[in-house]
Design a protein around this ligand. Structure first.
Ligand code: GLY
Length: 590
């Protein structure tokens, strides 16, 4: 019998064969060379080796997984600042070794002067204003969230956690492929802003080459100040004053008072059971936890492993796509910041999700009318943005954190003299009913702009516990709404198809977000992710035949994850970390 592992082996060797159609038949199917995995009693998985190594350095010094995650997040501000940073926000899910779980919301919030019409010009929504420039910026929340986690759960002094990041900024680090590409993508807008021009380009306006040393002296000084003076410097001190002054001069709305009133918020994690496991998700203002819960509850009605082995796996992909469509229709209408709007409790009740599951027909794609009249024609462009990092330590502490400045380089403005990239998170609001945001998402009044409100997010740090309440796996991703569906697929590939976390993350993905009514598929769907997808994939043709409007997409999300392994030493946890082959991340261990 030709097994999936055998076929994958041939694909890797470049043999011309049909795409693999046998998901879930065998566990160790992805060659180790294609998995980005590593095992150890302390693990950090991020999209950048400097951040993963910095995180492990902190654990080697005696820090725990919480310290290590903080160090990684700050480091990524330096080495991967187009995706996330201290000028943006984050959602942090923590499970301590004592079994307690904490969800810390460091999502940006709208300034006090914000209002629902602020991006309308002559009655028409102008998405350029919500994506680029001074009005696009919400009050940054990352530093407050990191501080909230550290003050309760950290071990090492706050200042120590900044050392790897300060070193990378002050001494320089090689310009990465991904940062260089994002600078090129956004070049024309970045060059409109003086400090962005000065920091991201050479003095003659030319680009840093990939691998060339890039020093960020202003950012190093800002991080040194936050390390020394704490969050006061950021929210009540010099940074807040400088940032607010600069934004106001440029026509923005964010004030020093907005900084001073920012607080990270403790949320109650969402919890559902799936195949005997507990799945813990992040509640609103994330939409991820709630919709992953809805989809898992729908999928619990289907024998996914069996479906993955029938008809080349077509029924498996089909039910995934249908559950995505149904959940995202609810996202568009009901979801917003739960401190401002009531999220209906029925959305996660079994009676409701059982009803949704009944609407899934195995032989054809359904039309989901949803609750909003407008139709989005804009598809997510699949560009990379946002980041997911995860850490675990030998004592059993565990962190899943997704962080973002929203689209690449946020609002494209670096605050002069600080090196800090600001976010464009205001675009995650529904700036006008039915007007798609940068991800092609539409929303309703529930996600309309209000002063102090947090925009709806797709960030989905997720943890799965076994029947004894012990860690099984954690995962999350980057990539706008694709985060939610990538996280779902990673969970079912581990729990239903028996893959390890590295195999799950390396497998090709699909994505549906209700509107536009398009099923985005990686061209290698049915096998391990390949950048160069085959033009003729029978799985995609079969999905088209049952009514899906299939579009081949570039990479769908960038995920990181950790799963628990049987412990080798009594009293010491062991972990397998995994990074996504769609990006350049590395797992660091010790
Ligand atoms: N800014 C992307 C998200 O939070 O969903």
């Amino acid at each position: 019998m030709i097994t999936r592992r055998h076929l994958l082996g041939q694909m890797v060797a470049g043999a011309a064969i049909a795409p693999v159609l046998t998901f879930g038949q065998e566990q160790k199917v992805v060659p180790d060379s294609l998995k980005r995995v590593a095992e150890g009693s302390q693990v950090a998985a991020t999209v950048h080796s400097v951040a993963s190594q910095g995180s492990i350095e902190i654990m080697r010094k005696g820090g725990n997984a919480i310290d290590a995650a903080i160090a990684a997040a700050v480091c990524l501000s330096v080495v991967d600042g187009h995706n996330s940073g201290i000028g943006g926000g984050c959602l942090m899910l923590i499970r301590l070794a004592d079994g307690s779980v904490h969800a810390i919301d460091g999502r940006e919030k709208a300034p006090a002067s914000a209002n629902r019409d602020m991006f309308l010009r002559n009655g028409v929504a102008d998405v350029k204003l919500s994506q680029d420039g001074p009005l696009a910026c919400g009050v940054p929340g990352m530093i407050a969230a990191l501080h909230s986690a550290h003050s309760r759960f950290g071990k090492l002094p706050w200042g120590d956690l900044f050392e790897p990041a300060i070193r990378a900024a002050r001494d320089g680090h090689p310009m990465s492929r991904s940062t260089a590409a994002s600078i090129r993508n956004e070049e024309s807008v970045l060059k409109r802003f003086t400090a962005s021009r000065e920091v991201l380009f050479k003095s003659d306006g030319s680009h840093y080459a990939i691998g060339e040393k890039w020093v960020q002296a202003d950012l190093a000084r800002t991080l040194e100040q936050i390390a020394k003076k704490g969050i006061e410097y950021f929210y009540h001190g010099e940074f807040a004053a400088r940032c607010a002054k600069h934004l106001l001069e440029q026509g923005g709305a964010l004030t020093e008072q907005d900084f001073a009133s920012y607080r990270a918020i403790d949320r109650v994690p969402l919890k559902t059971t799936y195949r005997g496991y507990s799945v813990l998700g992040f509640p609103p203002p994330s939409s991820g936890g709630l919709h992953i819960q809805q989809m898992l509850q729908m999928l619990s009605h289907f024998p996914l492993q069996k479906l993955s082995q029938e008809d080349g796996g077509i029924p498996f992909y089909h039910v995934l796509a249908e559950s995505m469509k149904l959940a995202f229709a609810d996202r568009a209408y009901y979801l917003g910041d739960s401190d401002f709007v009531e999220i209906p409790a029925f959305l996660t009740e079994r009676s409701y999700t059982d009803g949704l599951a009944k609407r899934i027909q195995l032989d054809r794609a359904s039309a989901v009318p949803g609750h909003l009249p407008s139709k989005s024609k804009e598809a997510d462009d699949g560009k990379k943005h946002t980041t997911h990092m995860t850490t675990a330590d030998a004592s059993g502490n565990w962190v899943a954190m997704t962080a973002t400045v929203n689209t690449g380089w946020g609002n494209k403005m670096i605050v002069p003299g600080t090196g800090v990239v600001l976010n464009d998170e205001m675009d995650d609001f529904s700036i006008s009913p039915g007007v798609p945001n940068a991800f092609g998402l539409i929303g309703s009044a529930a996600n309309a702009i209000e002063p102090g409100k947090r925009p709806l997010s797709s960030m989905s740090p997720t943890m799965v516990l076994d029947a004894e309440g012990e860690p099984r796996l954690t995962c999350g991703a980057a990539g706008g709404p694709r985060i939610i569906n990538a996280t779902l697929q990673n969970i079912v590939r581990v729990l239903d198809l028996g893959m390890d976390i590295g195999e799950a993350i390396a497998s090709s993905r699909l994505h549906h977000q209700w509107q536009p009514d398009v099923l985005s598929c990686e061209g290698s769907l049915g096998s391990v992710y390949k950048r160069e997808a085959s033009a003729e994939n029978p799985i995609l043709n079969a999905l088209k035949k049952i009514g899906h409007d299939v579009k081949i997409s570039g990479s769908i999300a960038v995920a990181q994850g950790i799963e628990r392994l049987p412990s080798l030493n009594p009293g010491e946890s062991a972990w397998r970390g995994a990074c996504d082959p769609r990006a350049d991340g590395r797992v660091a261990t010790s």
